[in-house]
Design a protein around this ligand. Structure first.
Ligand SMILES: Nc1ncnc2c1ncn2[C@@H]1O[C@H](COP(=O)(O)OP(=O)(O)O)[C@@H](O)[C@H]1O
Ligand SMILES: [Mg+2]
Length: 629
């Protein structure tokens, strides 16, 4: 399938997915209201202020009617002057209450969004690694940005829209009916003429907005993935930029079309509404004038009715716009709630305890593990697939048992794909075992607090990640309170002191996205420095020195040996020097431990290790020998 047809078929999926969903989901509304709960005092104040504002709005036409009656009845000038002064006072008060209601509605709306935004951020942080390995970052970020902002824009607007307009509408109708029920009924008869199409249009606009949100998210996914340094490199080397552009253009054009369509729909509606209210005005003057000439209505009342009519249709317009806004807000809320509803697979137990202090043993007890299926950890819309992969992963570890005594080092060797990194990820509880147990200091890692796990286990992997921040802050991630001297100390031990001090900004140098401005070896040494700073009691090195050449490795190895001193360590290594120093060597193949023992024992046994030794390590052995003590 070409990229373009792939883009088309996913467009089709999106439009299908948006069909037939009830935008007014009760559960969604209830949850939105739950977010509004902490702000209820302000909500009450807001409703009261809205009522006062609505009363003031009706007062002006009534006063104007009295002015007309005073003129027609040839009353004194002072009456008219006093009425005019009253109209001015009402105008000032009206402005004041307008400001007050707007302030209240926006503080409530923004407050709700603040809570929502924090809830989503906290929740996403709690998601297991499996979620992040499946989710497309762009889709997730768009969920956190566009949708939260969408909800924000609509919330404050609808709050003031719905409440104050509803109050204004009721009062206006009441006063009009009191003046002349006939004229009021005639004015209201025209309502269904535009209310029915308005309903249809609201649903249509909400569907369009939902589709646009999906496209926007797809575009930001494409951009975040393609415009990162590694992604851009890949596209330049192997990619098909024309197809990429075409795929992007298909979506961008659809967003344009949706934008035009929804704005035309809204505008047509407003034009129709204006027309209807002008027609109704003609009706009021006609019927009202006829009644007034017949003596059944005062001249002032005709003016009151005409003025109120203009205030009758405005709230109705706003209310039907509010309907559209509420629906698009609900769409945004739904998309945000969808993320909040994902239960993190890996949670801290309520009665979790800290790991024991001092040197700790590490133990794998008959551990079986398969990577969780997509269904369990992610959302189709964040992976941007139509249906989630429901296949459970194949079992990767089949009953792995071993024990690392406190302060000892165990080396894991084996072919690529054997399951070594999986062991490392289970030990740091990035995943949970399916059966069996992983224990640190006798405590099951599932019973330990997250904080004590972070404080106890440290891991360096082959592709150590650095944030787009200064060297100092990347290091201080391990220990925020570390002094500059301590930073220089670990840099020296990781053989980076010279390199960092030659940089113009020294410790404050920003290491680019994914540490791109550093060489692979330098980046790896920086992550090793971070480990040295953290000085965890349990150290995991997953091919931590793989990106170093043998000269550098020998140097860093010295620092690592020092870092492992007195700590419990699991070292996944491909160099003989590291392996030989281990207290125990485990040979992992096909998700099971096939041999265990010391270097000498395993060589003598002449099994898989001996085989690996002659094929994989012999080259390294030659270089390592130069540095051997
Ligand atoms: N995130 C993942 N999801 C599903 N399967 C995975 C994942 N990571 C690794 N695997 C699979 O688990 C097996 C063991 O992988 P790994 O532990 O990384 O091997 P090693 O580190 O020994 O090279 C491999 O078959 C690999 O395809
Ligand atoms: Mg690995």
């Amino acid at each position: 399938m070409s990229m373009q047809s792939a883009a088309w078929s996913s467009l089709h999926q999106i439009s299908r997915a948006t069909d037939g969903r009830n935008p007014f989901s009760r559960a969604t509304i209830r949850r939105v209201l739950a977010f509004a709960r902490p702000h209820r005092t302000r909500l009450v104040a807001f409703v009261l202020a809205s009522i006062v504002a609505a009363v003031l709005a009706v007062a002006t036409p009534v006063l104007a009617g009295q002015v007309v009656d005073a003129i027609v009845g040839h009353q004194s000038v002072s009456t008219v002057v006093w009425l005019a002064v009253l109209i001015a006072v009402v105008a000032v008060a009206d402005a004041g209450f307008g400001l007050l209601t707007r302030w209240l509605s926006s503080t409530i709306g923004e407050g709700v969004i603040l809570d929502l935004r924090r809830a989503v951020f906290d929740h996403v942080q709690k998601m297991p690694i499996a979620f992040f390995t499946r989710t497309r970052t762009g889709a997730l970020v768009s969920r956190l940005n566009n949708d939260v902002i969408g909800a924000q824009a609509a919330f404050a607007g609808t709050l003031s829209g719905v409440v104050s307009n509803a109050v204004a509408l009721i009062l206006t109708v009441a006063v009009m009916a009191q003046k002349s029920w006939l004229v009021t009924v005639l004015a209201l008869i025209l309502l269904p003429v535009f209310l029915i199409p308005a309903r249809r249009m609201g649903t249509r606009v909400a569907d369009l907005r939902r589709e646009a949100a999906a496209h926007n998210s797809a575009m930001s996914t494409q951009m975040t993935e393609r415009f990162s340094a590694p992604g851009a490199t890949l596209i330049k080397l192997f990619g098909r930029p024309d197809e990429e552009s075409r795929e992007f253009a298909v979506r961008a054009r659809r967003v344009r079309d949706i934008g035009i369509r929804s704005s035309m729909l809204s505008f047509t509606f407003i034009t129709a509404l204006t027309l209807v209210s002008s027609l109704a005005l003609a009706l009021v003057y006609g019927v009202g004038g006829w009644l007034a000439i017949g003596g059944q209505l005062a001249a002032g009342d005709v003016v009151v009715l005409a003025l109120l009519l203009t205030r009758l249709y405005a709230p109705i317009t706003n209310l039907s716009n509010a309907r559209v806004e509420i629906m698009s807000a609900l769409v945004s809320f739904e998309r945000v709630f969808e993320v909040l509803d994902l239960t993190p697979l890996i949670r801290q137990k309520p009665d979790a305890r800290a790991l024991p202090s001092g040197q700790v043993a590490v133990e794998f007890d008959d551990v079986r593990f398969s990577y969780p299926s997509a269904e369990k950890v992610s959302l189709a819309s964040l992976e941007e697939v139509a249906v989630l992969d429901t296949r459970g992963g194949e079992e990767v570890l089949h009953g792995v048992s071993f024990r690392v005594q406190p302060g000892q080092t165990v080396a894991l060797v084996g072919s690529s794909g054997a399951g070594k990194s999986t062991v490392a990820q289970l030990l740091s509880r990035l995943y949970d075992v399916d059966s069996g147990a992983v224990r640190i200091g006798g405590t099951d890692v599932r019973d330990a607090t997250f904080a004590s796990m972070r404080g106890t286990v440290g891991m360096v992997t082959q592709d150590g990640h650095l944030f787009h921040e200064s060297i100092a802050s990347n290091l201080r991630l391990a220990r925020p309170e570390a002094s500059d001297e301590e930073l220089w100390d670990v840099l020296r031990r990781a053989r980076l002191e010279e390199m960092v001090s030659s940089l113009p900004d020294g410790l404050e140098t920003i290491v680019g996205e994914r540490g791109y401005r550093l060489s692979g070896g330098e980046r790896q040494r920086l992550t090793i420095a971070r480990l040295l700073l953290a000085a965890p009691r349990v150290v995991i090195l997953d091919e931590a020195t793989a990106a170093l050449d043998s000269t550098n490795e020998a140097a860093v190895q010295a620092a690592l040996t020092e870092a492992l001193e007195g700590r419990t360590a699991i070292v996944i290594a491909h160099r003989l020097s590291t392996i030989r120093a281990a207290d125990q060597i485990l040979v992992v193949e096909g998700g099971a431990i096939v041999e265990r023992g010391t270097h000498a024992e395993l060589l003598a046994a002449g099994g898989r290790y001996a085989e690996l030794y002659t094929t994989q390590f012999s080259e390294a052995a030659a270089t390592a020998a130069d540095f051997a003590p």
